[in-house]
Write a protein that binds this ligand. Structure first.
Ligand code: NAD
Ligand code: IPM
Ligand code: MN
Length: 342
């Protein structure tokens, strides 16, 4: 467990309460990484810690980023480094509007999608630089890296997920009208993989149009597959239309299982509400459900989801309670669910 910064420690504390209700014998090691460690020692992610993390079954992360640290130091040096070192190529971000949850959309309809965001390439690859630095002619580049290998493994995963879902529908979101080379590689690989999944219907949407459809008709989406940066942006939008960023969970998966996968809320450290017991820990709790599901603890994962669904259907949408109150409620629900089913 890496609590991290801002609301990170607040939400993982609640997630841990829920986790220990369903898996009382879970062995948990807490790693102190983030802004305070960086201030104290200058360290972001020491090799020794990374090597220890490699030995774990899974990682639960709160959030990183702090106003007292220059932007990007913690995000790149800790969070992205973990995703890259542990080969978290599938960034899984479900977007479901739970019954009872208020969407900002007037008539959202049924929304139940999953975004398969590529996690280790695109403009995140760190392939950029400055030319003619500190001159009027300065040029900054951030080259988007898209390998056939990297695209194929996430596209294949997205098709496999679509195949297992009732609607069996996959949408590639990209910007093929402008991004000529990456666009044609993504399109070609989606076409090739689709031949292996004849019962999955395939659609394409430019990312700008996808933001329209996510607001006007989010129910049209089932599985979305997209690159790292588009996926980052649209999953905040998906979170917003499905009841808010406080509910959005994610998994950074190494689907080969050579490395531990990492689970975290989609949100960040929310410095604007940190330390006030205001953050909704539900996203962190649902991230624990994704974690358990990934580890094969399907029943435990289902119990957590059912408890969250019940809480969301019955909570006062105007004042859902403090971070701690929501965590206590979810832990109690999971505990009674656990007793009923065992
Ligand atoms: P943010 O997600 O932290 O916050 C955006 C807005 O959502 C804020 O108004 C915040 O109060 C609200 N919010 C976030 N989580 C919430 C919750 N659980 N309950 C209720 N409201 C919640 O995004 P930001 O403000 O752009 O970034 C803040 C810091 O977090 C930055 O340093 C950024 O780099 C970092 N960040 C980290 C991660 C991560 O660790 N995975 C993700 C996104 C941003
Ligand atoms: C996320 C975050 C990260 C990303 C940042 C903090 C590096 O926004 O997990 O969505 O861009 O992937
Ligand atoms: Mn993001």
């Amino acid at each position: 467990m890496i609590p991290g910064d801002g609301i990170g420690p607040e939400v993982v504390t609640e997630a841990l309460k829920v986790l220990t209700e369903v898996v009382p014998n879970a062995e948990i090691t807490k790693y102190d990484l983030g802004a305070s460690r960086w201030h104290a020692t200058g360290e972001l992610l020491p090799e020794s810690v990374l090597n220890e993390l490699r030995q774990h079954d899974a990682i639960l992360l709160g959030a990183v980023g702090d106003p007292s640290v220059p932007s990007g130091i913690l995000e790149r040096g800790l969070l992205l480094r973990l995703r890259f070192e542990l080969d978290h190529h599938v960034n899984l971000r479900p977007g479901r509007l739970y019954p009872g949850v208020r969407s900002p959309l007037a008539a959202p309809g049924e929304v139940d999608m999953v975004v398969v965001r590529e996690g280790t390439e695109g403009p995140y690859a760190g392939n950029g630089g400055l030319l003619r630095k500190d001159t009027e002619q300065e040029i900054a580049t951030e080259v988007s890296v898209n390998t056939a290998f990297g695209i194929r493994r996430v596209v294949a995963d997205a098709f496999a997920r679509a195949e297992r879902r009732p609607r069996k529908h996959l949408t590639l979101v990209h910007k093929t009208n402008v991004l000529e080379h990456a666009g044609s590689l993504w399109s070609r690989i989606v076409e090739e993989e689709s031949l292996k999944h004849p019962d999955v219907t395939v659609a394409y949407s430019h990312v700008d149009a996808a933001t329209i459809h996510l607001v006007t008709d989010p129910g049209r989406f089932d599985v979305i597959v997209t690159d790292n940066l588009f996926g980052d942006i649209i999953t905040d939008l998906v979170a917003a239309v499905t009841g808010g960023i406080g509910l959005a969970a994610s998994g950074n998966l190494d689907i080969t299982r050579r490395n531990p996968s990492m689970f975290e809320p989609v949100h960040g450290s929310a410095p604007d509400i940190a330390g006030q017991n205001l953050a909704d820990p539900t996203a962190a709790v649902l991230s624990v459900a994704l974690l358990l599901d990934h580890l094969g603890e399907k029943e435990a994962a289902r119990r957590i989801e059912a408890s969250v669904a019940f809480d969301l259907a019955t909570r006062d949408q105007n004042s859902p309670g403090s971070t701690q109150a929501i965590g206590d409620r979810l832990a109690a629900l999971v505990s009674s669910n656990t007793r009923q089913t065992s």
